[in-house]
Design a protein around this ligand. Structure first.
Ligand code: NAI
Length: 354
């Protein structure tokens, strides 16, 4: 499908390709919606097999950001950016980050960048040498602990929805991906006394949480089908499919990974048919966005915390509404679209570049 057809299908407002001759930067910024306000979304650095893969990723991720901002009751839209790396592991340097910052600046605040996979706080600080429209780094810090907190809240809601005790101490949780969020989540789960199974393609990250938290290591190709109460995908998207659903041995899926369902409409129904409760990732993993957006809007720490705590009521409501809909994903989309449709245009003015 060509670019315009994909934009029309997903209802994107704007997709912009950029190359910087001096640094070799190749990047795409996709703004899905600014109906509720300017759009904050991470910058992902990744080596994609093809340009079409990169476009597909940024379109899916930016659409999800629109839903995430809406379900988090933020006066913000949805956008995301990707940097196409020439090869896997291509080092992130200041020149590339600053070139990306200049690209972000051309959006004049309609797009606000932040960290995502492959982007460090240092990278954000480099971007901020060229634009004010980037959050994280020295301006807001690492959002991952806030994301992990929201995921833990969502786990409790999912347990309660199944009529089970919400004490994680008696449960086994399998965490895929021990990066920024995964590691924080393992720390929280350890405090709760949960039995934790972990996996990462980076062995050092696995060893670190095995040593520190007594987690149990698992091979990357086995983690998703491990027997557990809760499966927490915290690596990349597209890891759960309808085909895989029949092999899963968990009762609940709640994690940080954006777009964890390969085809959300179809896969969410397949999960329900298997008796697995999927707690939509855009609600569960919104803590980091709420933290950064809150700082951007000048909210107090307490107000930001309250908004993160609201993940509980939003998730509970969406899981409840899903009872009369085909899936929890369908319920999340319906909830987000109601908010977007009722959006107050006056709010739009309040969120602009600081
Ligand atoms: P990260 O890059 O720090 O961690 C990802 C981890 O997954 C890495 O350790 C990587 O080695 C591992 N990994 C990759 N493929 C794997 C596989 N097949 N099996 C096992 N491990 C694998 O990224 P971060 O920030 O922790 O984010 C994780 C996910 O959560 C991403 O999908 C991101 O988009 C999403 N997310 C992150 C937020 C944040 O606050 N950092 C906020 C909302 C969503």
């Amino acid at each position: 499908m060509n670019t315009f057809d994909q934009m029309v299908e997903r209802q994107h407002e704007r997709v912009c390709f950029h190359q910087d001759r001096e640094t070799g930067l190749r990047a795409i910024i996709a703004v899905h919606s600014t109906k509720l306000g300017n759009a904050l979304g991470g910058t992902r650095r990744w080596h994609y097999a093809t340009e079409a893969d990169a476009l597909y990723d940024v379109l899916r991720l930016s659409e999800a950001m629109t839903y995430k901002a809406a379900v988090s009751d933020l006066p913000m839209g949805g956008a995301k950016s990707v940097v196409l790396l020439p090869r896997r592991g291509h080092e992130a340097g200041e020149a590339e980050a600053r070139a990306m910052g200049r690209f972000v600046e051309t959006f004049n605040g309609a797009y606000i960048a932040a960290e995502d996979v492959g982007v460090t706080p240092q990278y954000v600080d480099w971007m901020r040498m060229e634009t004010q429209h980037a959050m994280g780094g020295r301006r807001g810090g690492d959002p991952s602990p806030f994301t992990a907190r929201g995921v833990l809240i969502a786990m409790r809601v999912a347990l309660a929805h199944q009529g089970r005790p919400t004490d994680l101490g008696d449960l086994t949780v399998a965490v895929q991906g021990i990066g920024h969020v995964g590691r924080c989540l393992v720390g929280l789960l350890s405090t709760e006394g949960a039995r934790i199974i972990v996996s990462d393609i980076d062995n050092d990250r696995v060893s670190a949480v095995v040593d520190e938290f007594g987690a149990i290591a698992c091979a990357p190709d086995k983690i998703l089908t491990e027997e557990c109460d809760i499966l927490a995908p915290c690596a990349l998207g597209g890891v759960i499919s309808a085909k895989l659903a029949t092999r899963l041995r968990c009762r609940i899926i709640v994690g940080a990974a954006n777009n964890m369902l390969d085809d959300p409409d179809e896969d969410a129904v397949a999960l329900r048919n298997q008796g697995i409760l999927y707690a939509p990732d855009v609600i569960a993993n919104a803590g980091g966005l709420i933290h950064l957006a809150g700082l951007y809007m000048g909210l107090s720490e307490q107000a930001i915390d309250r908004k993160i705590d609201n993940i509980e009521t939003t998730m509970a409501r969406v899981l409840q509404e899903a009872e009369s809909l085909p899936s929890t994903y369908a319920a999340m989309v319906a909830y987000a679209q109601r908010r977007i449709a009722g959006g107050d245009p006056a709010d739009k003015e309040r969120v602009h570049a600081g």
